[in-house]
Design a protein around this ligand. Structure first.
Ligand code: VG1
Ligand code: CO
Length: 539
């Protein structure tokens, strides 16, 4: 039986860079999820007769939220829901299901790389029939609905059993529980040279994949160990847990330090990788060697011809403005399209839909291609394995060859967390107002060539988005400032810094960028506004 329940609005249901994200304790409030889901359904003109894919990264509240959404979908007249077994689906796998079965939409229950558990974060990403997350225009409509909502519809029934693969009914709605890995594995087999990668493992190549106790564990076991023949035990932390075993499932030098330590020890395997909570981010490591994500995008692009699915050519590549310019040099050399977009994967989607680009990536450990409309962690790992299998070179050799050809971009991101939101906004406004006055001035030996806010005009829909402030220096150095749109604790200032060197590839990045970091402090008056004298996180 379906019922209508009266409710009152919450004021904090605005989506950020990638869906809505909040502290679990906020999401746990009565009607919080219900309000958001009904507002979403209302904002898109209802879901009657539609088919959606539904799943999540298994974090705390995944099980409860998924039942709520199933019952609300049925009460709102949805025709069909395809759900990952036990409610699990990685973000890339969900995008693939959406596209493969021509569905109307998708919901992924995840706060991605944010911590989980009772005191962690919860989130919901919403994708449209394009396979990618909804545009800012749609998320704005949803937000407006959340501020007006007065009631929601829900079926008054027992919870649905999601443990068995197969089809069942809830009222008129069909529920199909699927194996979360199967379709995704088929797609990966079509893109990469699995035979070559199998031979690589047969030859004794050693490998560790760290699933960070999150959603990719079952994908990685099946793909790397069972199908490709990596030794059993190659996949670490493979069982998804609601609190990710206390880990912060963000694959970077700080939160995957255990893996970094292994790779810099004497028992390092030949190659290691990690993914984030929902499986869309990746970190790549060789023996005593870390590949910066911006370099990884550039290296994959430069080596596209080793991959069966791309060997007939790629149309172009895009990066977020904050990402290093390494890939730009590759695009120029390959004579392919090149775009810079605002941060957030949704900004790549029109470029992929219109075949302007094949690859895209972000400095935040995200790389992907037009095979789906999300970044894809396991895809990136397979891409690297395929290059290694085809060339016989190590991660370090592949990267050094790349630097020799194009020069090296030294690049780091510095985060300043937990800033009062009003203070952060004021700091950004001040900086923006001062930008033009910096041009021609020299700071710490770096002369400002250009400085302006980054504004992107989407070539497909013509919409303009402003995101971040850019300062370019003579000699190729660059600083980008922007505020995070995924945090749940005040504001986070992100400062992205790069410098370029055509000859010396062995400098320490932190040391190399130290002077520019001091310039960033000065330009944005970071200490004056925040009291902070150093960043909270460097990745
Ligand atoms: C961050 C990253 C951005 C990424 C986004 C979602 O956003 O910087 O590159 O697309 O997270 O990734 P922000 O606004 O906090 O900088 V995920 O893996 O959290 O979906
Ligand atoms: Co993610």
């Amino acid at each position: 039986m379906s019922k209508t329940v009266e409710t009152t609005p919450f004021q904090n249901q605005k989506m950020g860079t990638a869906g809505i994200r909040q502290k679990v304790q906020i999401v746990k409030q009565k009607n919080y999820i219900e309000n958001f889901i009904q507002s979403l359904f209302n904002a898109i003109g209802g879901v009657e007769g539609q088919s959606f894919v539904l799943g999540g990264d298994g974090r705390y509240l995944n099980d409860i939220a998924i039942q709520t959404i199933i019952k609300m979908a049925a009460a709102n007249g949805m025709k069909k829901l395809i759900i990952g077994q036990n409610g699990m689906l990685s973000t890339p796998a969900s995008s693939h299901i959406l596209l493969k079965y021509h569905l109307d939409g998708g919901l992924t229950l995840s706060a991605s790389h944010n911590p989980g558990g009772e005191n962690g974060d919860f989130g919901i990403k919403y994708a449209t029939n394009s396979g990618g997350q909804c545009s800012s225009a749609i998320s704005e409509r949803i937000y407006q609905q959340t501020k007006q909502i007065t009631s929601y519809k829900i079926e008054d029934v027992e919870d649905i059993d999601l443990s068995k693969i197969g089809t069942q009914k809830l009222g008129n709605m069909e529920i199909e529980v699927i194996d979360p890995v199967k379709d995704y594995l088929f797609m990966m087999e079509e893109i990469f040279d699995f035979e070559a990668i199998k031979k690589l493992f047969q030859s004794g190549f050693t490998f560790v994949f760290d699933a960070m106790n999150a959603v990719t564990g079952p994908y990685a076991i099946q793909i790397f160990e069972e199908v490709l023949g990596a030794p059993k035990g190659s996949v670490h932390q493979a069982v998804p847990m609601p609190d990710f075993g206390g880990l912060h499932p963000d694959p970077n030098l700080k939160y995957a330090k255990h893996l970094v330590d292994l790779m810099y020890s004497d028992h390092a395997p030949d190659f290691a990788a990690a993914n984030d909570g929902d499986g869309d981010r990746n970190m790549i490591l060789g023996k005593k060697f870390f590949v910066s994500p911006s370099d990884s995008l550039a290296i994959l692009t430069d080596n596209y011809h080793f991959i069966p699915a791309y060997k007939n050519g790629i149309s172009g590549v895009a990066k977020s403005a904050a990402t290093s310019t390494a890939v730009k040099r590759v695009a120029e050399n390959l004579h392919i399209n090149y775009f810079e977009v605002p941060t957030g994967w949704k900004n790549f989607c029109n470029l992929m839909d219109s075949n302007r680009i094949t690859f895209c990536g972000e400095e935040s450990f995200g790389t992907g291609s037009s095979h789906i409309r999300e970044k894809d962690g396991i895809w990136a790992v397979l891409f690297w394995l395929n290059i290694i299998a085809a060339t016989g070179k190590s991660v370090e050799q592949i990267t050094r060859d790349f630097w020799k050809k194009y020069g090296r971009t030294y690049y780091l991101r510095y985060d300043f967390d937990g800033i009062d939101t009003a203070v952060a906004d004021q700091m950004m406004r001040d900086l923006e107002n001062n930008l033009t006055s910096f041009v021609g001035q020299t700071f710490n030996g770096y002369t400002v060539k250009e400085a302006y806010p980054f504004v992107y005009k989407d070539p497909v829909d013509g919409l303009e988005t402003k995101n971040g402030l850019l300062v370019y220096f003579d000699g190729g150095a660059r600083i980008c400032f922007r505020l995070s749109g995924t945090g749940t604790n005040g504001a986070t200032l992100r400062v992205y810094i790069e410098s370029y060197d055509q000859n010396d590839f062995d400098k320490n990045s932190e040391h190399e960028l130290q002077n520019l970091l001091q310039v960033a402090f000065k330009l944005a008056k970071i200490t004056e506004f925040t009291g902070k004298t150093q960043p909270d996180l460097t990745t």
